[in-house]
Write a protein that binds this ligand. Sequence first.
Ligand SMILES: NC(=O)c1ccc[n+]([C@@H]2O[C@H](COP(=O)([O-])OP(=O)(O)OC[C@H]3O[C@@H](n4cnc5c(N)ncnc54)[C@H](OP(=O)(O)O)[C@@H]3O)[C@@H](O)[C@H]2O)c1
Length: 239
Amino acid sequence: MYRLWLLILVTTVFQPVRAATPADDLLPSIAIIGTGNVGSALGVSWGRAGYPIIYGSRTPESKELRELLSRSGNARAVLPHQAASHADVIVLALPFKPALELLPKMGNLDGKLLIDPINALTFDTDQQRVGTFDALLAEQIQALAPNAHVVKALNAVNAVNMSADRDFKGPISIPIAGDNLAAKQTVAKLIAVLDLQAMDVGPLFNARYIEAMAPLYVYMNYFVRPPGGFEYNLTHSKQ
Ligand SMILES: NC(=O)c1ccc[n+]([C@@H]2O[C@H](COP(=O)([O-])OP(=O)(O)OC[C@H]3O[C@@H](n4cnc5c(N)ncnc54)[C@H](OP(=O)(O)O)[C@@H]3O)[C@@H](O)[C@H]2O)c1
C-alpha cells in the first residue's frame, strides 16, 4: 500500500518539467504587410497563438500600431521591406496595386512563403454589381517573386471571421491554391489556428477560381445580407 501511495505521489506531484519539444521552437515568424482589417485580424489571432509577428507598415511608430502591438503577443512593427526580410512567412494584407508596387522593393523573396489574400474588387451600388478591375492576381504576384512559394488563401472570408473567437456560427471553408505542397501545409496549419477549414484546391493556376469567389461573396454580404452573414462552406461526401 505504501508503495502504491509513493507511486501516486511521484507520478502526480513530482511531474517532470515538460522538456521543450522541437515543435515549440518551430513556430515561424510571420511578416504581415499592411495593418488594416485583414493584417490586424491575422496578426492578433496568430500572435495570441504564439507566432512571432512582424508587422510591415508605412507608419510603424504610430499610436494605432502601438495599440495593435499591445494585442498581438510577441510582436513588433517595422517598415514593409524590413518585415519581409525578417520572416519566412509573409502575408500580403494589402490592396492589389500597392502590393504590386511593394513586392519588387521587398528584397530577396526566394524560398519564402507568400500568402496572398488579395482581391481587386469594383462596386456599382446603383446596379448592385460587384466586379473586378484585374484578374490572375496570384499569378501576377508569383511573376514578381518567381522563386517564392505563393499560396492564395483567405480572400473570400470576412476579416472579422479570421479569429477563433468570432461570432459567426458554423464552419467556414478556406480554399487554398499553390504549387508547393509544404507551403500549403504551413498555410493549412495557420488557417486551423483561426478555427477555419482549409481545403487544398490544387495548383496556383486555380487561384483564379478562388479569386472569382470573392465578388460573389461580397455581393451576398452587401446586397443579399443573410442574417449572420454569408461565408463559404465547401464539403465532400463522407464515403
Ligand atoms: N476586409 C476584408 O474582410 C477582406 C477579406 C479578405 C480579403 N481581403 C483583401 O485583403 C487585402 C487587405 O484588405 P483590408 O480590408 O485589410 O484593407 P485595408 O483595411 O484597407 O488595409 C490595407 C493596408 O494596406 C497597407 N497599405 C500599404 N500601402 C497602401 C496604400 N497605398 N493604400 C492603402 N493601404 C496601403 C495599409 O497598412 P499600413 O498603413 O500599416 O501601411 C493598410 O492598412 C485587400 O486586397 C482585400 O481585398 C479583405
